[in-house]
Write a protein that binds this ligand. Structure first.
Ligand SMILES: [Zn+2]
Length: 96
């Protein structure tokens, strides 16, 4: 029986605290901490859906100062907060 092979040991080492994105454990890019708490960035503006979204391409403003975004795809922003230093790691994997 080989219940303590390299794969098993690896899983135990990282199992308790690390958050994962698409099966990959993520670390804080500032302090290298492992305790990243999942969350999202709120958008509480008028007519908003309650969460901020990422739009590809540079920001262009219209004549009233608002962002031009017609016809561009939008991605949900997943924000992971480092419990040690407060840094946010942002991921936008899903188009919405
Ligand atoms: Zn950190």
């Amino acid at each position: 029986m080989n219940s303590d092979g390299p794969l098993t040991r690896e899983a135990h080492r990282f199992a308790p605290a690390a958050s994962t994105v698409r099966g990959m454990e993520i670390r804080c890019s500032q302090c290298q901490g492992f305790e990243l708490e999942p969350g999202f960035v709120e958008d509480s503006g008028d007519h908003s859906r309650g969460y901020a979204r990422w739009i590809p391409g540079p920001l262009q403003r219209g004549i009233f100062g608002g962002a031009k975004r017609l016809g561009r795809p939008r991605f949900q922003i997943d924000a992971y907060r480092c419990r040690a230093c407060g840094h946010l790691e942002l991921f936008a994997p899903h188009q919405v």
